[in-house]
Structure formats: C-alpha cells, structure tokens
Design a protein around this ligand. Structure first.
Ligand code: FE2
Length: 134
C-alpha cells in the first residue's frame, strides 16, 4: 500500500525526473520512510516495488507486492479513460482521430504490461473500451 502511494512520487514532485522516476522515487521513498520511522527491514521492499512498477521497463518482479503495484498502475488507466481523453484532447491538443488512437494505444500498451492473471480480469473491460472508442 505504501509503495502504491509513493510509486510516482518523483515524477509528481519534479516532472523532469520522469524518465528515471522509478529510480529517483525509490530514493525519495527511503528518505520519507526513514523520516517517519518506518521499519528498516521493510523499506527496501517498498523501494523494490517502486523501482519495478513501470510496465514499460522490463524488470524482474520478485514479490507479489511488486507485481500488484505494477499491475495496479496499468489497471488504473482502465478506470480513468476520461482523464486519458482529457490528456489527449485538452492537454496535448490532439484532433479527434489522433486523440482516439492515442488513448487506444495507451490502453493496449497498459494491457500488455499486465500479468497473465490481471489480463484475464481486464480483457472484457479492454474490449468494451475499445468498442466505445471505435
Ligand atoms: Fe510511474
């Protein structure tokens, strides 16, 4: 849960860190968790979840918690389609077709990043969203 809260801490604190936010985020989490007296034995576990949360970067996931954070990150896109549309049309200023393809591509990539188990759970939702987007 703590890793889920902190997994994007670097990119939301300083967007210039985005490309390596999984690395910087793990470092920032260390400082935060130490400051709040979090169990020293658990801090590296939280850091591993943060380091390995990015589906676009293929890394070994060594615990169920790492897998959960990575899957939840990708799954969140299926529950926030309106915000992806806002990103495409408002923030990126895309036209109708370009924005639609942007969102579809983002969702397909997110789906591909999921574990086999989560793919089974989200296959139907992917199909529905794709049907709506056309
Ligand atoms: Fe992230």
């Amino acid at each position: 849960m703590i890793a889920a809260w902190l997994h994007d801490i670097a990119s939301i604190t300083d967007y210039s860190l985005y490309e390596l936010h999984h690395i910087y985020g793990a470092e920032m989490a260390y400082g935060i968790l130490k400051e709040y007296g979090y169990d020293d034995k658990k801090i590296p576990l939280v850091q591993e979840c943060i380091k390995n949360h990015r589906g676009s970067i293929i890394l070994d996931r060594n615990s169920i918690e790492e897998l959960c954070v990575a899957d939840a990150d990708a799954i969140s896109h299926f529950d926030s389609v309106p915000s992806l549309l806002y990103l495409a049309y408002v923030q990126k200023g895309m036209g109708i077709e370009e924005g639609k393809e942007f969102v579809k591509d983002k969702l397909l990539r997110s789906f591909q990043k999921l574990s086999a188990r989560s793919k089974k759970l989200y296959q139907n939702k992917l199909e529905k969203v794709m049907e709506v987007l056309g």
